[in-house]
Write a protein that binds this ligand. Structure first.
Ligand code: ADP
Ligand code: MG
Length: 990
């Protein structure tokens, strides 16, 4: 029975598995005993465990028994009907030993690597149950809403049997039901739902009651690589409309399209001319030897190759160029030039050559650049442009110039400076918009990076091919694409709150994950999340047969071979699953299949809502399913009767993906649970991966071993070099993710600080003492600025401090109140604080009186007194929150700008991250001071006024909301404030 553990003895993992293997044995023994108990006795276990936990036993102490209970419940459920995803399913699962093993790893915070179909859903039920016994929040993260619902219903059979409450948190759950939902023992949901709720709790909620989460104790992330690695590249952002939009994407669109077109035409001419030359010189004849050239002719040919190289830099997708590059000899010539131009001594020559272009596109680094020529064209030939589009102001310098103007009074100077600042902001915005427009045109492709759905640009996750409605490319790129595609440009948005997936999940006390493919990224999991990967053996031996890759020179040949393969397997009546890299490719392949009269189903971002249905039929005889990489994560393809005898599911990869993990995932779709299955990848030298990331040595190799048209190249070196290319890309993507995270880490500290301050305000029973504390703080902090040291005149400024106090607060001090040689700073502070606090008390009293008066006026017959204290507390609470939120949002905007700015500075040999840290810190320092001063200010400014009768009663402080949905029901606090007596419109701010 324990044969599975033997193989892996010896390794460190093996030793751990062995230890855990002993636990498995104990669980099974314990479960045997449970079999003799009545249902009621087993049900009573939950209460017993909880009690023991309360008395000091740890979850580890309870593990064996708790897991045994879950296993036993599964046994008791056998044969009963469970309602899942709309229909009744018979329960037929009792955890296998390997599942117990995975379940143990999960509890100890590892990633359990278990292949597709091994039953991860059931595995996770055990640690979920165990950890929920603590009463603390336990979450299971799924890749989509459908799975959250499905797994919640499915595993709910166990949990409910044991008296636990389990809920699915899907997008449909309205905000006002979420708080209650989070009270469940176990919550299933997607990372977006959990993450956005966290952000909303901390940036939108106006009262403690409005906050829905109750902490972060234990989380298991299903398909952990997909979430912590693929999705981790885009942070979660809550944004909303901004008041002063300066964006000018619509204005810039025509101009950018113009310059892009000029470049395309220019490259088109270059490539046509080059091809003619090469044809004339006999260099482009199919198949044959290339003609030997005279010296003069060679020179001409070289010129042509240079043109081609240039086109490669300016318009890498040019069709003629791609056709030419199908010929390995010609391709080698172009690659050779790359090596030549990037050698240090030829730098100047490279710059000179590239200067002929308008734009330079570096597909590999995903970068681009407008050349001098491009800028010249922009300024001279396009209407409504100017060189100011590229010239930024040096504000410090400009201000100094203004100061020097002698015949201008202070007022006039101020006006000039304001005008300069506006001009500066406008130029920055324009140049930023321009950069994003160029990016949209040069590097973002329709049906690859995004699709257009009902007049909206929808992002497609590049790894899974899943559409991500609701998410937007950040920093204006989304608007730029909207302008490019001519759909409605959404209003400029402003970030209200943001967090990376990484930092969200790091908040959990305990994190665990499961997936079929984690080993290739084990290093990243460890470094970033401190998660170890545990490879769990399969229940039955995997008998999948993986064929070697077939590699072709051209895409054309690749597709021909692919279709032949499909026809053959289809003829055997076996089902086929074909993985493609993008929506575009999936549609292209579908066209080819249609031409060949091969019936098929497409599963891509455009029809993903049928995913479960499509996958459910993908195991039927003769089924052909063309899918993007999303291919049924979480729903597995079960073979229909008789298929196993024919060889099982055949999986075809239409290219190698940039990450090996995604390839492994595709392969793993077949041969589950000991089924037979086969898989094969088809690759061509025109595939992006090969085009961009294989070494030029390969081209040289191909020159020597070019196979005849239609024949695959089979050479072991190629397999190796594909893998090297993949590793290179993986490494690069890892660096990008790490980079995002390094920046977010800076923000994370600030976010934590602000959120905890905000939470203190929200959770304080009475907010007035907090307000007073802030007033005190501000007085003391300002004293620190006016009284540094008595030794210099500027260092000791009693009059300045007095002035500051009387202008900021309704207080008076005698002229020389602080100008006394015997006063120490502490005494000065006390004088100030006492007076300000007294003034505040006075203010409150006054307002409370006003309230009573109004109450009486509006309810002449009422005998009830108004609870003015609690109303004051709520009013001051909203003032605090409103100020914190406003300034924090502004801060986020500054940080966004700072990020763009420092990345430009990297050119000046400075470490952008270091620069960013410094300045972000300084900005935050200013922010924390200014927030307090502003709050102090506001505390003296509000007035309770009579609501205007015609005003609708529902008007509230106009705080931004993330989704319109959030607006729904009024929360308790609001309701209290809106009670017949008071409404927030009574709050008159200035
Ligand atoms: P994974 O998430 O690992 O790909 P699932 O949790 O979706 O796998 O389960 C795959 C299939 O295996 C399901 O149909 C499930 O019913 C079945 N299964 C899982 N565990 C068991 C078990 N212990 N006994 C029988 N069938 C099981
Ligand atoms: Mg699963």
């Amino acid at each position: 029975m324990f044969g599975i553990f033997k193989k892996i003895f010896g390794t460190a993992q093996g030793r751990l598995l062995k230890k855990q293997g002993r636990l498995v044995k104990k669980i099974n023994q314990t479960e045997k005993v449970l079999q003799k108990l009545s249902d009621a006795e087993v049900k009573a276990k939950t209460a017993e465990f909880r009690e023991r936990y309360a008395k000091g036993e740890t979850l580890e102490d309870l593990l064996v028994e708790a897991y045994a209970v879950v296993k036993n419940v599964c046994r008791r459920l056998l044969g009963t009907d469970v309602h899942v995803s709309g229909y009744d399913q018979e329960w037929d699962m009792v955890p296998f030993d390997v599942q117990l093993l995975g379940a143990i790893s999960l509890h100890y915070g590892s990633i359990a690597e278990m292949q597709t179909g091994e039953g991860k859903t059931l595995t996770s039920s055990m640690p979920l149950y165990l950890n929920a016994l603590s009463g603390k929040p336990v979450h299971l993260v799924t890749v989509n809403d459908y799975l959250a619902q499905r797994d919640c219903e499915w595993m709910g059979a166990i949990f409910k049997w044991l008296g636990l409450r389990v809920e699915a948190l899907t997008n449909e759950i309205p905000p006002n039901e979420r708080k209650d939902l989070y009270n469940a023992d176990i919550v299933y949901g997607t990372s977006s739902e959990f993450g956005f709720d966290y952000l909303r709790d901390n940036s939108m909620a106006q009262s403690a009651e409005e906050q829905c989460q109750r902490g972060h104790f234990f989380s298991i992330v299903d398909e952990v690589d997909s979430i912590l690695i693929d999705e981790a590249r885009t942070p979660l952002i809550i944004s909303g409309p901004t008041n002063d939009s300066k964006q000018m994407y619509d204005v810039l669109q025509k101009s950018v399209a113009d310059v892009v077109k000029v470049q395309r035409d220019h490259c088109g001419k270059l490539v046509t001319k080059a091809r003619k030359t090469l044809e004339k010189l006999g260099q482009i004849s199919e198949g044959d030897e290339r003609k030997k050239l005279s010296k003069q002719a060679q020179k001409e040919a070289n010129e042509a190759f240079r043109s081609l190289w240039l086109v490669n830099k300016g318009n890498p997708h040019n069709k003629v160029l791609r056709r030419i590059k199908e010929n390995p000899d010609l391709r080698a010539e172009i690659d050779k030039l790359d090596v030549y131009f990037y050698a240090e001594p030829n730098k100047e020559e490279r710059f000179k050559t590239l200067a002929q272009l308008y734009l330079i596109v570096d597909e590999k680094a995903s970068e681009y650049e407008l050349t001098d020529q491009g800028i010249h064209y922009w300024v001279e030939s396009i209407e409504g442009t100017s060189e100011n589009d590229f010239l930024m102001l040096d504000l410090g310098h400009e201000y100094a110039l203004v100061d020097e103007i002698s015949d201008l009074d202070e007022q006039g100077k101020m006006q000039r400076k304001v005008a300069l600042r506006e001009e500066d902001a406008k130029r920055k915005e324009r140049s930023h918009n321009l950069r994003q427009m160029l990016r949209a045109h040069l590097l973002m492709e329709k049906d690859v990076d995004y699709i257009i759905e009902q007049g909206k640009i929808v992002i497609i996750d590049e790894n899974t091919g899943r559409p991500q409605p609701g998410r937007r490319f950040s920093d204006g790129l989304h608007q730029a694409i909207e302008a490019k595609e001519g759909v409605k440009i959404q209003g400029e948005t402003q970030t209200y709150a943001t967090i990376t997936i990484q930092n969200y999940f790091r908040m959990y006390d305990k994190l665990a994950g499961m997936t079929g493919t984690a080993m290739t990224e084990a290093n990243e999991f460890k470094e970033i999340y401190k998660l170890e990967v545990m490879a769990i053996p399969t229940h039955r031996k995997c008998i999948r047969s993986d064929a070697d890759d077939e590699i072709y020179m051209t895409e054309r040949e690749k597709y021909n071979a692919l279709v032949t393969d499909i026809q053959k397997i289809h003829g055997e009546d076996r089902p086929i699953l074909i993985g493609t890299e993008s929506v575009e490719v999936s549609e292209k392949l579908a066209r080819i299949l249609r031409q060949n009269k091969l019936p098929h189903t497409i599963l891509n971002a455009k029809n993903h809502e049928h995913e479960a249905e499509i996958i459910a039929t993908a195991g039927k005889p003769g089924a052909i399913t063309v899918a993007t990489n999303m291919a049924g994560r979480g729903t597995d393809i079960k073979l229909k009767e008789g298929i196993a005898g024919k060889g099982g599911l055949h999986v075809i990869g239409t290219t190698r993906h940039q990450s090996r993990r995604i390839d492994r995932q595709l392969r793993g779709r077949c041969a589950r649970q000991g089924d037979p299955g086969t898989s094969k990848f088809y690759v061509s030298f025109e595939d992006t991966l090969m085009r961009l990331f294989t070494s030029p040595r390969i081209t040289m190799f191909l020159q020597r071993f070019r196979p005849p048209e239609g024949e695959p190249i089979s050479a072991k070196v190629l397999n190796k070099s594909i893998e090297t290319a993949q590793k290179r890309v993986e490494q690069r993507n890892y660096t990008i993710r790490k980079h995002t995270l390094e920046y977010d880490d800076v923000m994370n500290k600030q976010r934590e600080e602000i959120y905890s301050f905000r939470n203190e305000v929200l959770h304080a029973k009475d907010s007035i003492p907090l307000a007073e504390e802030i007033l005190e703080h501000v007085c003391i902090e300002m004293a620190g600025e006016y009284f540094v040291s008595r030794s210099t005149e500027e260092g000791w400024n009693p009059e300045g401090y007095r002035q500051w106090l009387v202008t900021h607060f309704p207080v008076t001090f005698e002229t020389k109140a602080f100008d006394n040689d015997y006063l120490v700073v502490e005494e000065i502070e006390k004088l100030a604080v006492d007076k300000v606090l007294e003034a505040f008390k006075h203010k409150l009293k006054h307002q409370k009186n006003a309230l009573s008066e109004m109450h009486k006026a509006m309810n002449p017959d009422s005998k009830q007194e108004v609870d003015a204290d609690s109303i004051m507390s709520e009013v001051s609470r909203s003032l605090l929150i409103r100020n914190i939120d406003g300034r924090w949002q502004e801060h986020l905007l500054h940080i966004d700008h700072l990020r763009t700015e420092v990345s430009v500075r990297s050119i000046g040999q400075k470490d952008p991250l270091l620069e960013f840290k410094h300045e972000a810190f300084a900005l935050f320092d200013t922010l924390s001071r200014e927030i307090k001063v502003e709050i102090a200010h506001a505390l003296f400014k509000f007035e309770m006024v009579m609501p205007e009768p015609q005003l609708p009663k529902t008007q509230t402080i106009d705080l931004p909301r993330s989704k319109p949905k959030t607006k729904s029901k009024k929360t308790k606090t609001e309701r209290k404030l809106l009670s017949p007596l008071i409404d927030l419109s009574m709050l008159d701010l200035e």
